[in-house]
Design a protein around this ligand. Structure first.
Ligand code: HEM
Length: 150
């Protein structure tokens, strides 16, 4: 249980922390760069971050359901805050998959063809998905952590 919870917490921290850093720190800091440099920077940043997020979207449900079935005796043994987290988790994962296949992959194709404004448009779409997932992630962490005291 301890190892599963530890991996679960690390995965949630990397995902939500990474999205927070991207939107609130890196984005404003990168805005003054010329478009071509900014697009290049974001392409490299997103390619590295996506690898981490794939690990996260496998680790979170795997460790979560491990805890539920091995530690809490199945779904009937868990509180409402865990069911809420489960639901929010799947919504976040679905948004990530849409983002990945509908925006990130085309972004990579545009970047390979050196179509800078088109790449930038896909980066902007990714930003909108990430903004939604950041809000959901912060709400999920808050309800997951404080939910047991409700
Ligand atoms: C399929 C998705 C998920 C499942 C099945 C799941 C399940 C669980 C379970 C069983 C626990 C242990 C609760 C306890 O010890 O009382 C837990 C803890 C936690 N989960 Fe998830 N989770 C999922 C997704 C997420 C997501 C997406 C996040 C955040 C982005 C998240 C954040 C947390 C946090 C912060 C805790 C620690 C709560 C605490 O013990 O104080 N989980 N999760």
């Amino acid at each position: 249980m301890a190892i599963a919870l530890l991996l679960h917490l690390l995965a949630a921290t990397l995902w939500v922390g990474g999205m927070f850093f991207a939107l609130w720190i890196l984005r404003p800091a990168a805005l003054p760069l010329p478009l071509a440099e900014r697009v290049g920077l974001w392409t490299r940043v997103l390619e590295r971050f996506m690898v981490i997020v794939w690990g996260v979207v496998i680790t979170l449900p795997a460790t979560g359901y491990w805890m539920i079935f091995m530690g809490f005796g199945g779904m009937q043994g868990v509180g409402g805050h865990i069911r809420l987290m489960e639901g929010m988790g799947w919504i976040m994962i679905a948004i990530f998959l849409i983002l990945y296949f509908r925006s990130f992959r085309p972004m990579q194709r545009m970047a390979r063809e050196l179509l800078i404004p088109e790449t930038g448009l896909y980066i902007e779409k990714i930003r909108q998905y990430v903004r939604i997932n950041l809000i959901l992630g912060l709400v999920t962490i808050s309800t997951a952590g404080a939910g047991r005291y409700w």
